[in-house]
Write a protein that binds this ligand. Structure first.
Ligand SMILES: O=C(O)CCC(=O)C(=O)O
Ligand SMILES: [Fe+2]
Length: 340
């Protein structure tokens, strides 16, 4: 069947056209260093944060800060986001991705440029992601969608993005306060739902080699990420000893991970953890992600009372540098570019 009549993008065609880079193959795939066992990351019950008892709030903040500095990633329970809403969104997500490839490319009720597939900037197979995504700026989800076909989808996405935005703000505030920042300087001042992004990922079944990635190793270019994925698992993170481990999915929980901006702002106290999604053979995998970002002109700076490790930069400068590296090198360099 010609690719434009199918829903999946021509991933295999694109992937097989790329050369393999022997060195990267050795270094970044590092299959020998991959621990196949599933790892339990910390789980934090957020009930304590909203508790009227001050000791409970303090303990919960401490737990979040410990997980953010030791792991950079953790599960949260009692997060306040309705399971029903997550299920409805998942149904809409599956419906969206099952539309014909040509339709997804042209318009699916989302801003132009939201749809992405594979890795157009990849210079070799090791930089290629076997997935497709809608990466949606939330600045205009409030706009009414004139098409009936996508109306429910837009409404559900808007509701979920609002709830995830509230959750991201609560966690970011707790992490800022733990470092002794007055609420007037809290990072959430420069972030809102309208400066943030929502991403829907789809990892189609990968029929070829074990040596592809669903999503290549990366850190997130934001303050904080809230992730909802399915039971398929396959998310891996890089540990301090450079070994990759698989994150064990936890029913009912959401995953929170620290992004580059929080690492810079906290002077490396909180860790932006490198993660990747492994390919899988069989059922398709889906995930939805909220990226807490500031406006492009926001200075990131560093929190008070510590000598800065990174020079001050705006989020816009950071994005520009990342885009430049991705174009020139095929991959992101990120924070090391801003070291003092
Ligand atoms: O799908 C996942 O589990 C991870 C997604 C992710 O890391 C991203 O979209 O940045
Ligand atoms: Fe990510």
């Amino acid at each position: 069947m010609p690719y434009y009549l199918t829903s999946n993008p021509p991933l295999e065609e694109s992937y097989t056209k790329l050369p393999s880079n022997a060195l990267l193959h050795q270094q970044s795939l590092n299959r020998d260093d991959t621990c196949t066992k599933e790892y339990e990351i910390p789980t934090i019950n957020l009930h304590g944060l909203t508790s009227g008892i001050s000791q409970e709030r303090t303990k919960c903040k401490e737990d979040i800060a410990k997980a953010a500095s030791e792991w950079g990633i953790f599960h949260v329970l009692d997060h306040g986001i309705s399971q029903k809403l997550l299920q409805v969104m998942r149904r809409e997500q599956v419906r969206l991705f099952s539309m014909p490839f040509e339709k997804k490319r042209s318009w699916c009720g989302l801003p132009y440029g939201s749809y992405r597939w594979g890795t157009p900037t990849a210079t070799c197979q090791e930089q290629f992601s076997w997935s497709e995504a809608f990466h949606v700026p939330l600045s205009d989800t409030g706009e009414s969608c004139s098409s009936e076909e996508f109306k429910t989808f837009r409404e559900v996405m808007d509701k979920l993005a609002t709830d995830m935005s509230n959750l991201a703000n609560i966690i970011a505030r707790a992490l800022s306060e733990y470092l002794g920042e007055p609420s007037t300087r809290c990072i959430t001042k420069s972030c809102s739902k309208s400066t943030s992004f929502f991403r829907l990922n789809h990892y189609p079944n990968c029929p070829i080699s074990e040596e592809t990635f669903g999503l290549v190793p990366h850190t997130d270019s934001d303050f904080l990420t809230i992730l909802h994925s399915d039971k398929v698992g396959k998310l891996q993170l890089k540990m301090k000893d450079s070994k990759w481990v698989s994150v064990q999915p936890k029913p009912g929980a959401l995953i929170v991970n620290i992004g580059d901006l929080f690492q810079a702002w906290s002077n490396d106290v909180y860790k932006s953890v490198e993660h990747r999604v492994m390919p899988h053979h069989g059922v398709d995998r889906y995930s939805m992600v909220y990226f807490l970002c500031p406006s492009y002109d926001s200075p990131i700076g560093s929190c008070t009372g510590r000598a800065p490790i990174y020079r001050s930069f705006t989020f816009g400068e950071f994005r520009k540098e990342v885009d430049k590296d991705v174009k020139q090198l095929g991959c992101k360099v990120g924070l090391p570019r801003f070291l003092l």
